[in-house]
Design a protein around this ligand. Structure first.
Ligand code: ATP
Length: 345
């Protein structure tokens, strides 16, 4: 069953189109990451879902019911923003209890709920501590517990981990994902960090220029990018201009690429292949050859930059499988068909 459906949702600020005709279905219990470069409309889309902005067009359905015109406080969502917005003069317990108390929950009721939530976010020993005396990660957990206090129908977070240092952020990503799985709560997180999205999400929604470029599982976003924007934004990739021969088989610089074809009627396209999938060989054993321009030894892996037909192709290999070559050497390039994605957009 779908928890959230967006139908042709758009948001304009004057002449600027921040969100452009977005349609999306989110199944119950899914962890969604809205991912994209700065200014692509992620936050605006989250705010539209939250009811903090009114859409210029389109509908928002929650469990099949149209909530487009429903004010935020009647949507029963839990929200965590980058700023966290905790009450600095209150202790942890009172911060978490706040949404329950303003809803008029009896003392015994909120006390037991706060106890559960403290345990859920591993802060059972910190209930009496003022939030001003917590670490960044602990504050984050208070904000999460507070947002979950009223058992929201949807859990929305805007860059919730961006203020944390890299190590703590990675730990919190795992924690947040585990918490979400435990509760089975439908969750939507805005992030510009692709690693974060890949770690946490069931569904990664890649946005650019206010539009959804692709919505798919992390592995599919990486392995089967829908277009060059997604291929380039997620991880690093090689993009090669290819052309079709008379039978639709792919040619790069006139050299056939075995097993790679273009869709019928398409003369030109781009091929995306991840650096770790490019195989380098002795030049005499490959149809496609280039020249090594640069080598980067990163300890565990080696990156080899190869120039072929005015295109730089990067290959990443482990130290063991690398081909001994130096800058200036000719080298053979193999592009295994199963790792090649032909992009026509
Ligand atoms: P970031 O990662 O930098 O936060 P984002 O992808 O979340 O970016 P949004 O904050 O949704 O992007 O902004 C999308 C576009 O809409 C931007 O060009 C932004 O300047 C514009 N925008 C957002 N809110 C408003 C507003 N209230 N009034 C006018 N323009 C706005």
């Amino acid at each position: 069953m779908s928890a959230l459906t967006l139908e042709g949702v758009a948001k304009r600020f004057g002449s600027l189109v921040a969100v452009d005709n977005v349609s999306l279905t989110v199944l119950k219990g899914t962890f969604v990451c809205l991912l994209g470069p700065s200014g692509c409309g992620k936050t605006t889309l989250l705010r539209l879902i939250a009811g903090l902005e009114a859409p210029s067009a389109g509908r928002i359905l929650l469990d099949g019911t149209d909530v487009t015109g429903l004010p935020t406080h009647r949507r029963d969502f839990g929200m965590v923003f980058q700023s966290l917005a905790l009450f600095p003069h209150l202790n942890v317990r009172d911060n978490i209890a706040y949404p329950l108390r303003i809803r008029g929950a009896a003392k015994t009721e909120w006390e037991s709920r706060v106890g559960e939530l403290l345990e859920l976010v591993h802060l059972q020993d910190h209930g009496e501590r003022p939030v001003s005396r917590l670490s960044g990660g602990q504050r984050q957990r208070v904000a999460i517990a507070r947002a979950l206090a009223v058992s929201p129908r949807l859990f929305l977070l805007d860059e919730p981990l961006s203020a944390l240092d890299a190590k703590l952020r990675e730990a919190m990503q795992v924690e947040l994902r585990q918490l979400q799985q435990k509760l089975g709560i439908t969750t939507i997180v805005v992030t510009h960090d692709q690693r974060e999205a890949m770690t946490m999400a069931d569904l990664v929604v890649v946005m650019g220029n206010g539009r959804i470029h692709q919505a798919a599982a992390p592995v599919d976003i990486y392995r089967k990018p829908a277009n060059a924007f997604v291929a380039d934004f997620i991880g690093s990739t090689n993009l090669l201009d290819i052309a079709a021969d008379g039978s639709g088989r792919a040619l790069f610089d006139g050299v056939p690429l075995p097993g790679v074809t273009l869709p019928a009627g398409v003369g030109r396209a781009r091929l995306s292949i991840r650096p770790e999938d490019v195989r380098l060989t002795a030049p005499e054993t490959a149809a496609l050859t280039g020249r090594v321009t640069f080598l980067r030894d990163l300890g565990g892996t080696v990156e080899t930059f190869v120039e072929a037909a005015d295109t730089t192709i990067v290959a990443v290999s482990t130290r063991r499988e690398r081909v001994r070559a130096a800058a200036g050497d000719p080298i053979g390039i193999q592009l295994p068909a199963e790792a090649c994605v032909v992009l026509t957009r």
